[in-house]
Design a protein around this ligand. Structure first.
Ligand code: GLC
Length: 794
């Protein structure tokens, strides 16, 4: 004990003298007292107070603070700790235990070390440095394991395995970013670490500018994370697989609502379609060419001098009749809104905001002015309840004529020069504390406001800036990417990484925002877009037009066929979003989620591959290659375009012509599809095509359907059943329906892929609830009833 104290004092003195002229390093010190207070364990050192709470058996929170009396608010966390804490103390340690985790707290110096309940070491403080401060900056140094890998942090450049990289979170407008730029637009301070076959997660809930170093600079001894100020406030997740860690993280920070079905269709955007007529012409061309699409966008030029909540009356003279015409063609309209409110007396939002003091200020009370598209602007203080309500209510200018989607841009917040002074105040916060959450609070205000206005209809919100928890309010896209191959691959990694941090409805600008893609890149990127949760084509002002018919007849054909594939997949995709809504598991999943221990999935050649839902594996391929190196993890796989069988656990070189992106179905995959429709308002032919690929192992899929637009699903109006495949007993079962809704599909068309080649003899008949039916090829059709249906093959 004495020895520890002595070494702590020596360390302190050494640091103090080393940094005397600079910012001193202040160490955490040793525990002087420990006591349970309410539902926390409170440990005091001379320098700080540490608190420990149990949120669930697999989630423990540690918060270490030098500050006293600060409010314990979080923008991200929506759960409360459990009522009691189970701890034991001896002379050296305090042990906090749950059924899944053991937190061993060393008293001198104070260190926090996590183990599984059966004693396997998950993560420890670095024994020398643990937590310390330099000025207000707080850092936690942690032990780095030899084989440790890291995934997460959401929208970040770099490799899937973040070992050896470091990152900064500081939401920024970064047009022209490249595959190495950092920081970008969003902050998700959550990562998963894995070593020795074990997994853990860590969410650093601190909104200041923050830093993560995954062994980039410390001779493989330490990883570290910290922030410019605030508390060392983190949640430790101890579930022993990545999917369960994501489940816990999204339990803690919330999960997405069911998205409006139309947002899963094809979306066409551009900065900007300059008039209502131009948008109507584009929409009509989709219909003339029979290319399915659901959404058109208005970028900034629909407004009167970029004044938010206004329309340019010359180019959009009658918004309602314009949107009605779009609707009659089966299109929804999404309009952009930026936070900057133009300084212009007489402009409603300006006058109201000034009168009510709704805008960010300098410390002397003067309103902050930054320049964005409209010129000089004030910025709403979205951290205030009354401001969020005011902002939300202003959307009537858009909802009354019929807008249903609200694109929140420039909310890092961006202002020309990108350097809003740190003394700018939002309510009780200064800029540095909350910059990383501004975009999320804007999205929240937009979501809450439009949800209120639209009544029972689901709004669609899309935001560029975000913080952990944004999934509760909004979709995100990855900002201003560029039209080259490396950006396409980076975009996919970012989509997959955002999925780890709870964001499932995620898109990239298909084709690349800046620059002009080659026709090959456009085709390739579009085919990847089919398997991107949000499928939006968007391009910058001045670039070549990007719509599917601008690329020559042969390419248009491929683009069309791919978009049609997206529409066929909608029942599968919608059910996959239901999974995100229920469990937080993303739709686009890095292979690291399911195949965590397989080192091949982190290999830079294969790191962009992902599972799209439970059953499909997609391998992105650059536009200049027509073959691809693909790694298929353990199991059986079938190329969906050819049916070709692949044994997993191996890498293959496969054909990848521009009209056939490598997509594989897992053995046992159950993928419900539908016929091609031109937009999601169409009813289709009423046939649900359930595709099952043969596998040696049993599998399950939860099929989910609701009206796709209202909140009635929250009150039981949905249609859900489990579809299971049992090869041992040669059965495919459609479970009893739960929910009050009758399916829009009256028939089920069951397609058995590769059953013939896998089971002895030819499958010619199946029995459906005992009734023998002939197979036509691999297909059998029967009524979609609410009761259980058992299909037996022989
Ligand atoms: C920003 C957005 C981009 C948009 C443009 C004009 O650059 O990221 O998507 O088109 O602003 O509003």
């Amino acid at each position: 004990m004495k020895r520890y104290l002595l070494s702590a004092v020596v360390l302190f003195i050494t640091y103090s003298s080393l940094f005397a002229q600079h910012m001193e390093v202040q160490i955490l010190g040793s525990a002087q007292s420990a006591a349970k207070q309410n539902n926390a364990l409170v440990i005091k050192t001379a320098e700080a107070t540490a608190r420990v709470w149990i949120y669930s058996p697999t989630v423990i929170r540690v918060s270490i603070s030098k500050n006293t009396g600060v409010s314990d608010t979080s923008f991200a966390v929506i759960q409360k700790p459990e009522g009691s804490i189970d701890s034991k103390e001896n002379s050296d340690h305090i042990e906090v235990t749950t059924s899944a985790l053991k937190l061993s707290i060393q008293k001198s110096p104070l260190r926090f070390n996590f183990y599984t309940a059966d004693g396997k070491e998950l993560s420890q403080d670095d024994s020398r440095f643990g937590v310390n401060w330099q000025g207000t900056r707080v850092i936690n140094y942690r032990k780095l394991y030899k084989d440790e890998r890291f995934i997460g942090l959401g929208e970040k450049t770099g490799d899937l395995d973040r070992r050896g990289s470091s990152y900064t979170n500081w939401n920024s407008d970064v047009p022209d970013h490249n595959p190495k730029s950092d920081p970008l637009y969003e902050t998700f301070p959550f990562f998963v670490g894995m070593h020795g076959g074990l997994t853990y997660g860590l969410f650093f809930d601190n909104t200041h500018k923050s830093y993560f170093d995954f062994g980039a600079t410390t001779d493989h001894q330490m990883s570290w994370f910290g922030a410019d100020a605030g508390d060392m406030n983190y949640y430790f997740f101890g579930a022993q697989n990545v999917a369960d860690i994501i489940k816990d993280y999204t339990w803690l920070t919330g999960r997405m609502e069911m998205p409006p079905l139309w947002t899963l269709g094809y979306q066409q955007c551009r900065w900007s379609y300059m008039s209502a007529q131009e948008i109507l012409d584009i929409a009509k061309t989709f219909r003339d060419h029979n290319i399915p699409a659901d959404v058109m966008y208005c970028d900034i030029d629909y407004m009167d001098h970029y004044k938010i909540f206004t329309w340019n009356h010359e180019t959009f003279p009658d918004p309602k009749s314009f949107i009605d015409k779009l609707k009659s063609m089966g299109f929804r309209l999404v309009t952009i809104v930026d936070p900057g409110i133009k300084v212009e007396p007489g402009y409603k939002q300006y006058d109201e905001g000034v009168a009510k003091n709704y805008f960010a200020t300098y410390p002397n009370g003067e309103k902050f002015i930054g320049e964005v598209w409209p010129g000089r602007c004030h910025f709403p203080d979205f951290f205030r309840d009354d401001v969020r309500k005011w902002w939300g209510a202003s959307f009537t200018a858009l909802t009354e004529p019929g807008v249903e989607g609200f694109w929140n841009d420039m909310n890092e917040p961006a202002a020309w020069g990108q350097n809003i002074p740190w003394m700018v105040k939002f309510g009780n916060y200064y800029m540095p504390e909350i910059r990383n959450v501004y975009g999320m609070e804007m999205a929240r205000a937009t979501h809450e406001g439009t949800k209120k206005i639209l009544g029972n209809k689901r709004p669609f919100v899309l935001t560029r800036a975000a913080y952990s928890g944004t999934q509760r309010y909004s979709a995100v896209w990855t900002g201003d990417n560029s039209a080259y191959d490396a950006h396409m691959l980076l975009g996919q990694r970012m989509v997959n990484s955002l999925g780890i941090t709870g964001m499932s409805l995620v898109g990239v600008d298909i084709g690349g925002f800046s620059g002009d893609p080659t026709p090959e890149l456009m085709v390739r990127w579009n085919s990847l877009g089919v398997y991107t949760p949000m499928f939006r084509n968007h391009a910058m002002q001045g670039t070549k037009m990007r719509e599917p018919w601008r690329w020559g007849e042969a390419n248009e054909k491929i683009i069309k066929k791919d978009i049609e594939q997206r529409y066929k997949l909608l029942p599968y995709l919608y059910s996959s979003f239901y999974q995100s809504h229920q469990t937080g598991l993303p739709v686009s999943r890095t292979l690291a989620i399911n195949y965590t221990q397989d080192t091949m999935v982190y290999n830079p050649t294969y790191q962009n591959q992902f599972l799209f839902g439970d059953g499909l594996l997609v391998a992105p391929v650059i536009s200049t290659e027509h073959t691809a190196s693909v790694y298929l993890p353990k199991g059986e796989w079938y190329r969906i375009s050819s049916g070709e069988h692949y044994e997993g656990g191996k890498a293959y070189t496969v054909d990848a012509p521009l009209n056939d992106l490598p997509v594989f179905a897992k053995g046992g995959a159950i993928v419900p599809m539908q016929n091609i429709i031109q937009n999601t308002n169409e009813k289709g032919d009423g046939i649900l095509e359930v595709n099952v690929w043969y596998g040696k192992e049993a599998s399950k899929f939860v099929y989910y359907e609701d009206d796709g637009s209202s909140y009635d699903y929250e009150h039981g109006t949905y249609h859900k059943r489990e579809i299971s495949f049992d090869p041992a007993n040669k059965r495919i079962k459609f479970g009893v329906i739960s929910g009050l809704l009758t399916s829009k599909y009256t028939k089920i068309k069951l397609v058995l892929h590769q059953f013939q080649s896998n089971i002895s003899g030819n499958v010619r008949t199946v029995s459906v609830n005992g009734e023998i039916k002939a197979l036509s090829g691999d297909v059998v059709m029967f009524d979609n009833t609410n009761s259980a249906i058992t299909v037996a093959y022989h």
